[in-house]
Design a protein around this ligand. Structure first.
Ligand code: EPZ
Length: 417
């Protein structure tokens, strides 16, 4: 069942509830290592990356149990055992265990976290910052080993607002002796959610939502009850799916405040939007308006994780668009597959594509090569003439809890095959 089959040309109607945020859940699950008490994490999405994080936490000695509405985690028995296997090298998001294990055990040993097709995914900013806090790293036989005799606070300036590096520094800083300041911190909502969880456990952190975070280390952290916010990237995915396929949908529980740049772009594409307490009502345009320039940027700019979806929509825009990817160096993998469906896309350089809108795409077999590019191919299948078969869907299931069920309930003719 590693394919999704779509019969295109059906407009979407109805409502879809947006799942909990993958990229908030993962660092928060790592943060549960920092307390010896039980945390209940509600609205945790049941997706492959979360299941892999759960198995990692269990391999470290945590008690983790799925309940009705989320996960109960207790890290009383955690020791510094190293982590093995595919769960680490195949999953970037385990990297946030680095800061959490250093904070909890003062040491960490893990297989060097692999990159992926969207980029080399270096971790120099993570390691450099933790070294400033007293961690010594060595790399031997493909393993990353870190140890801190005395983890201490530091003034850290990030040259780039790396989400993962900001999260790792936060996770170590709450356990370090003394204060830490992070200048040039990432401001993504997922970082703010992590701060909200940590302060809920008793950490003292100022500056949430800004690019300067101040952490007062050494506080004892307690268990807490926490509800993960809904996933802005999943909401954006279904927003662009509606614009592409046509129709009108309600994105229930969409995190409106986190989607400013995305909603702005959707309006410029001609979508009618109405924000209500239950979520966002989306009315698709007859045909998407092409945007002269879409450029990804760190939050609050247009998110890189929705770049492929915007590209898919622009393939049937009413003119020409230029899309610029400023975060990752290889994030146009979906372009080749979209061209196989009849899209007119020219790669100007590794960071910029030119898209000339065509009347229609044609269904065919395409290959998902990473999470968000795969979701963009599903969107293309929804609007294409005929049948599209998206292979390699295990990538998509890493981040989308029920993409087939969600879209089917909106009227799409889509099945996992
Ligand atoms: C997080 O990845 C997200 N993943 C990504 O979402 C998201 O695309 C990205 O942030 C940007 O918003 C999770 O939260 C699990 P970065 P992360 O560190 O932390 C360079 C998805 O689809 N960099 O902000 O890895 C890096 O190469 C995923 O859900 C360094 O050079 O992103 C990249 O070009 C994909 N050195 C840029 O910074 C470092 O030490 C952004 O990386 C770290 C990063």
């Amino acid at each position: 069942m590693n394919s999704i089959q779509i019969q295109g040309g059906v407009a979407l109607q109805g409502k879809v509830r947006i799942q909990g945020s993958k990229n908030a859940a993962l660092p928060i699950l790592a943060a549960t290592l920092l307390t010896k008490e039980t945390s209940c994490i509600h609205n945790c999405p049941r997706i492959a990356d979360v299941h892999r994080m759960v198995s990692l936490l269990r391999s470290l000695g945590c008690q983790v149990v799925w309940g009705e509405d989320g996960l109960r985690v207790n890290a009383l028995e955690v020791c510094g055992r190293d982590m093995q296997g595919e769960a680490i090298t195949g999953m970037r998001s385990s990297l946030c265990l680095l800061g959490a294990l250093i904070g909890r055990c003062g040491q960490v040993e893990m297989e060097y976290p692999g990159g992926c097709v969207i980029g080399k995914r270096p971790i120099d900013l993570h390691l450099g910052a933790l070294e400033q806090m007293g961690v010594c790293f060595i790399c031997e036989d493909g393993k990353l080993k870190g140890r801190a005799e005395a983890l201490h606070g530091a003034d850290i300036r990030l040259p780039f607002p790396s989400v993962g590096a900001t999260e790792n520094i936060l996770l170590a800083a709450v356990a370090a002796e003394g204060d830490t300041r992070i200048m040039g911190a990432a401001m993504e909502p997922e970082v703010t959610e992590l701060v909200r969880y940590l302060t809920g456990c008793g950490a003292r952190i100022e500056g949430a939502g800004t690019d300067t975070l101040k952490i007062q280390g050494g506080q004892t952290l307690y268990g807490t009850d926490f509800r993960i916010c809904s996933d802005r990237i999943v909401a954006g995915t279904y927003l662009f799916a509606c614009i592409a396929a046509g129709g009108s949908v309600l994105l229930e529980d969409a995190p409106v405040k986190q989607l400013e740049a995305v909603l702005q772009t959707a309006q410029e594409m001609g979508a009618g939007l109405c924000v209500a307490k239950e979520g966002i009502y989306v009315q698709a345009p007859r045909r998407p308006k092409s945007l002269s320039h879409i450029k990804t940027a760190p939050y609050p700019g247009f998110p890189t994780d929705l770049q492929s979806m915007a590209l898919a929509v622009m393939t049937v825009g009413d003119g020409q668009s230029r899309i610029e990817e400023t975060i990752f160096e290889n994030r146009f993998r979906a372009a080749k597959e979209l061209k196989a469906m009849g899209a007119d896309i020219t790669l100007l350089d590794e960071r910029t594509v030119l898209v000339r809108g065509v009347e229609k795409l044609s269904g065919t077999a395409v290959e998902a090569r990473e999470l968000r590019g795969g979701a963009a191919l599903v969107i293309a299948g929804l609007m294409a003439e005929g049948t599209t078969r998206v292979n390699g869907c295990s990538y998509i299931y890493r981040g989308y809890e029920n993409i087939c069920k969600d879209l089917r309930e909106l009227g799409a003719r889509i099945v996992s095959a």
